[in-house]
Design a protein around this ligand. Structure first.
Ligand code: GDP
Ligand code: MN
Length: 385
């Protein structure tokens, strides 16, 4: 779950990371009230989950009330790379001497946490990586050991952060790591991390992605879920409690198990198709669940064919087949289904599907994943199968 900058900064503040005083505004009046409260000059910042807001005109300095009025009016409602600005964050403007970059992520291959630190901040880190990869220090952190100030300071020195800023940077790195681990983040990034002319180090931006699997121990994350930017399909899926991610292709996908769902996306892509979504219906596959899944897929007007990929383990093929037959009675599907049903009780399941009297133009069974993918992609491309 990705946070907006203002939420990320509020999250940072809980872990003692210094951020500028500010607040979030939904209206021009609110933006003015915040500015009057925190004092001029202020920076008015568009809250959208996309980088490069500055270049797009979504970040403006305001020295007085008239300027806040102008900038807040312009920025609220602005479209930045397809994201409409619904809120602005208004904070005390900072004087900047230097801009750095710092982040913690999980390096799955190394099975360790990864610190990335650079003295070249304020620009997209991908650009730094492309132009001058040596300008980014990468340090693996053993999650059992963590990172202490001395290690953080050495990383700062290695990153050629000037001596006068190293202590401040190191202190923030330790706190940022605390935020990353105790705060259950997938990503905690500060870009730019600034050095002020006064010598203080400070987070001027916040990019935080929370690990959804830790939701159970963070009841306070509910507030973040309320503002999450979901498309209509994802919103419907969430109402139905489905593990769904919207994509931009035309083959609707339903699979049991996240791994199989991922493989299904791969095989669709391998035969030249594009998946419309990821959808894992998990272990159960009764009529209720199958109906919900098909409703969400059917809601997506891009979907031209539906590929149901089931490997029965504990899930039994006959149960799945009954679920599909019943769901197809309940939902008027626009697109045809191709199913690959294998594993426990697959024979019984295929027989139930065959005996249901559904024309093969609406539901066809294929013996392997690859053949099913080919058929689904052909159908999506308007070919007869
Ligand atoms: P992003 O481009 O969307 O990542 O937005 P950022 O929050 O990182 O801001 C982009 C740039 O705007 C920063 O790198 C700064 O150069 C500038 N900026 C943002 N806030 C301030 C501020 O308070 N004072 C000054 N002088 N510049 C700022
Ligand atoms: Mn930034």
């Amino acid at each position: 779950m990705d946070l907006f900058e203002y939420q990320g900064k509020q999250y940072f503040a809980k872990f003692g990371i210094p951020v500028s005083a500010g607040d979030v505004a939904h209206t021009v009046d609110e933006a003015v009230a915040i500015s009057e409260r925190v004092g001029y000059p202020v920076v008015v910042k568009a809250q959208v989950q996309v980088g490069g807001r500055g270049k797009a005109g979504g970040i403006k300095l305001a020295n007085n009330k008239a300027e806040v009025l102008t900038h807040a009016t312009n920025i609220l409602g602005m479209d930045i790379k397809g994201h409409v600005v619904k809120r602005v964050w208004v904070e005390c403007a900072s004087d900047i001497a230097e801009e750095y970059y710092a982040s913690f992520t999980l390096d799955r291959a190394a099975k360790q946490h990864l610190l990335m630190l650079s003295a070249q901040g304020g620009v997209e880190i991908e650009d730094v990586a492309a132009k001058d990869p040596t300008a980014i220090v990468k340090l693996h952190i053993n999650p059992i050991v963590g990172i202490d100030e001395a290690t953080a300071k050495k990383a700062a020195a290695d990153a050629k952060i000037p001596a006068k800023a190293q202590d401040g940077v190191a202190a923030i790195l330790v706190k940022l790591y605390g935020c990353f681990t105790k705060g259950d983040c997938d990503l905690a990034e500060i870009n730019p991390l600034i050095l002020k002319p006064t010598g203080e180090v400070h987070a001027l931006d916040a990019k935080v992605s929370l690990d959804g699997n830790a939701l159970f121990r963070h009841p306070e994350w509910e507030a973040f879920r309320a503002t999450e930017e979901l498309d209509d399909r994802e919103r419907l899926a969430r109402e139905k409690d489905l593990q769904y991610i919207g994509l931009d292709g035309d083959v609707g996908i339903i699979a049991n198990g996240a791994g199989l769902a991922m493989s299904t996306l791969d095989v669709v892509s391998q035969v030249g198709g594009k998946a419309a979504n990821f959808l894992d219906i998990g272990g159960g596959a009764n009529a209720e669940l199958m109906t919900s899944a098909l409703e969400v897929i059917n809601f997506d007007t891009n979907v031209k064919s539906i590929f149901i990929n089931i490997f029965g383990g504990i899930t039994r093929g006959d149960e799945v087949a009954k679920g599909i037959v019943e769901a197809m009675r309940r939902v008027q599907l626009r697109a045809p289904i191709v199913i690959r049903l294998d594993g426990t009780n697959a024979e019984e399941g295929r027989k139930i599907l065959a005996d249901a009297g559904i024309p093969t133009s609406r539901l066809m069974s294929k013996p392997t994943m690859l053949e099913a993918a080919r058929a689904a992609v052909d159908l999506a491309n308007g070919k007869t199968v």
